[in-house]
Design a protein around this ligand. Structure first.
Ligand SMILES: Cc1cc2nc3c(=O)[nH]c(=O)nc-3n(C[C@H](O)[C@H](O)[C@H](O)COP(=O)(O)O)c2cc1C
Length: 335
């Protein structure tokens, strides 16, 4: 891989590629495959009950030799989860959606590295003063919850311009090497991918969900606030499913009056019911109506045609990046 950047140096990466958190899909096995491929993955702590965080992270740490990071969604108080993660030895953190300043101080005191996912140049301009090490620019075409104010092609350069020298990682709309090269040309030091890794063999997302990502076209995607149980008023991009269609056919009623509200579609691993409209993405061992849960995915569904191993995905990124660079070189020399 012809790229040596602030990102590859900081995390000792072979390729400037990060795997974003994928809900319960980010298992220890998945993170181990990502680390072995020369890239680096993040696990979300949001869905882990506080008392399980240290045990889960210890498992991930053993599987990856400590080569993974933790993600905190700051819509709830995450101080206990952060303390447990630091205790477990995690030193790379990603945060978004809330006031990160108090968390940055704690992470920096422990010698850690901070990634901040932003959606506007105004946020990027504050990153340096807050002490952020890497900005993640999340374009609006992303899968999952959304903060981007514009798609990657225009958001990323505007964030690079505003970042005052803080290196920027590009997220949203990238699934292979052509996107990586384009992101580098727009000023990024690496990429952060979500939807592509959902459809990987090792991710612990439900098999049916992976197949839906492979089968979907961009026209099957919707941006909505529908799956709000556990995280309200937060826009997210999903593949249309039965829950969305039924709600649409019912005239898009408000939260509390929607079809099937309060109906359990499955159970969480701890036995608690999982209700329709919950934010939880379908995981591998999920029983019941997995298709009714949010099938988070972004515009890269246009580029994803198979479920592949993480090693194949990263290998393909390298090969297609080389081809894209060769093509640009040819164009420059008039060949
Ligand atoms: C299933 C799924 C779950 C996600 N969960 C989180 C999360 O907990 N925290 C976070 O910062 N981003 C989360 N994201 C967003 C990704 O980190 C990333 O910004 C996005 O997927 C990039 O766009 P792409 O899907 O086009 O690659 C999630 C994305 C998906 C697809």
């Amino acid at each position: 891989m012809p790229f040596e950047t602030a990102l590859t140096k900081a995390l000792d990466l072979r390729v400037p590629v990060l795997a974003g958190p994928l809900g319960r899909g980010t298992s220890a096995e998945f993170l181990a495959a990502v680390a072995a491929s020369g890239s680096f993955g993040f696990t979300a702590l949001m869905h882990m009950p506080e008392e399980t965080v240290s045990g889960e992270l210890a498992k991930m740490s053993r599987a990856t030799n400590g080569r993974f990071g933790a993600n905190l969604t700051l819509v709830v108080d995450q101080r206990k989860r952060l303390a447990a993660a630091l205790e477990a030895g995690v030193r790379v953190f990603s945060m978004w959606q809330g006031d990160l300043e108090p968390y940055v101080r704690i992470i920096k005191d422990a010698g850690g590295l901070v990634f901040w996912t932003v959606g506007t140049p105004e946020e990027a301009a504050r990153a340096k003063d807050i002490g952020v090490d890497f900005i993640v620019s999340q374009g609006r075409e992303s899968g999952g919850h959304l903060v981007g104010s514009a798609p990657t092609m225009s958001l990323l350069p505007s964030i690079v311009d505003a970042a005052r020298g803080v290196p920027v990682v590009a997220a949203g709309g990238i699934a292979e090497g052509r996107g990586l090269v384009a992101a580098m040309a727009l000023g990024a030091c690496g990429v952060w991918m979500g939807t592509r890794f959902v459809a990987s063999r090792e991710s612990a997302n439900h098999r049916g969900y992976k197949e839906r990502v492979v089968a979907a076209r961009a026209t099957d995607l919707v941006e909505t606030r529908l799956f709000d149980a556990g995280w309200q008023e937060s826009p997210h991009q999903v593949i249309r499913n039965s829950t969305f269609t039924r709600w649409e056919e019912a005239g898009r009623p408000a939260s509390g009056q929607r079809p099937g509200e309060g109906e359990a579609i499955s159970r969480f691993p701890n036995g608690k019911p999982l209700y329709r409209y919950d934010v939880a993405a379908a995981w591998d061992a999920m029983e019941g109506d997995w298709e009714a849960s949010p099938l988070y995915a972004g515009a890269t569904v246009e580029l994803i045609h198979d479920v592949k191993s993480v090693a194949e995905i990263v290998g393909e990124i390298e090969a297609t990046a080389e081809a894209a660079l060769a093509r640009v070189a040819d164009l420059r020399s008039g060949r």
